[in-house]
Design a protein around this ligand. Structure first.
Ligand SMILES: O=C(O)[C@H](O)[C@H](O)COP(=O)(O)O
Ligand SMILES: [Mg+2]
Length: 310
């Protein structure tokens, strides 16, 4: 599936201003666009300040489930950027919404086993769900079936779903216990936060959530319901939360099969691919049935900011 026209590279003041004037709302991916891990990219704050000065709406849509929306407001603040929790949507939040609104699990009764970080368990807790696993320190111990408390004490009968996401502290203990829950096929749903195969960091590309979730899918022989980008439920949640006019929205991201697909399939007014994360100019321009093409592309957000200031 491809876009309909040759992607436009933003390299002049005129094209940069035309790009900004086309949309009133910008949906920003985070990793690979605003920052790489804890390294904020050039002019991220200045670019967002420019959009605010132009009266544009900004929404942040990250597939990174390791932090809660509230925690992300603190990450933004550490870069001097003020963002409200309501402006942020994570794949962990999208997964918790799926458990609540689609699986209709009962808070206070049904529990969720988490393979991943606190970004998932904190969103579940805010919805009234008790979660197990996740950052439980007992999972950091080397795995031994005869001593693992999760087996010795027995699996929790009230677990009705597994949510699996990015876990930089992945280990065999976590994989083994998560599999035990997923082997209860008729009782425990399998939810994945996001399908990203890799995770961009400054100077490196590391394994992403999708690589871990697919490992669990392989061992369990089950397919997860993925909730992050490019899932349209996530987009519909955002569009209705802000009552957005799709044709006036632009999705800004660094990955073709999540961010750009999210924007194109979501029929947003436009898409901007930045090359500061996963993709390359060749891929942006490549016509392929394997991926969509962006409407615009640029080396990085900061370049667009600098062009508007010429
Ligand atoms: O592995 C992952 O989870 C993703 O690479 C990463 O977190 C993507 O985050 P995003 O680019 O959607 O902000
Ligand atoms: Mg990204």
């Amino acid at each position: 599936m491809t876009g309909t026209a040759t992607p436009i590279k933003i390299t002049t003041k005129e094209v940069a201003n035309d790009f900004l004037n086309r949309y009133d709302t910008f949906l920003f991916d985070c990793d690979g666009v605003l920052w790489l891990g804890n390294h904020v990219l050039p002019h991220t704050k200045e670019f967002l300040d420019t959009l605010a000065a132009l009266g544009k709406k900004t929404i942040f849509v990250t597939n990174n489930s390791t932090k809660s929306r509230l925690s992300y407001t603190k990450k933004f603040a550490s870069f001097g950027i003020t963002v409200k929790e309501e402006q942020i949507f994570t794949s962990g939040y999208a997964s918790a919404i799926y458990v609540r609104d689609f699986l209709k699990l009962q808070p206070g009764k049904d529990k969720v086993w988490v393979f991943g970080e606190t970004g998932i368990s904190e969103e579940l807790k805010k919805m009234g769900y008790e979660s197990l696993g996740g950052a439980d320190p007992r999972l950091q111990t080397p795995f031994d079936a005869s001593t693992s408390p999760f087996l010795v004490d027995g699996l929790d009968e009230d677990v009705r779903a597994v949510i699996a996401g990015l876990d930089p502290n992945i280990n065999y203990h976590k994989l083994a216990i998560t599999l035990q829950y997923l082997q209860q096929k008729d009782k425990v749903h399998f939810v994945g936060t996001n399908v990203d195969s890799t995770f961009p960091q400054k100077g490196y590309t590391f394994p992403g959530a999708g690589s871990m979730i697919e490992s669990i899918a392989f061992s369990s022989g089950r397919r997860p319901a993925y909730c992050g980008k490019p899932n349209m439920n996530m987009l519909n949640t955002i569009v209705s939360a802000f009552d957005l006019e799709k044709s006036k929205c632009c999705m800004v991201g660094d990955r073709l099969n999540t961010d750009m697909k999210f924007g194109v399939e979501g029929k947003l007014g436009g898409t901007l691919l930045v090359l500061s994360g996963i993709e390359t100019e060749e891929r942006a321009l490549e016509i392929s049935e394997e991926h969509v093409n962006p409407k615009f592309f640029a080396e990085k957000l900061g370049d667009i900011y600098e062009l508007t200031k010429q």
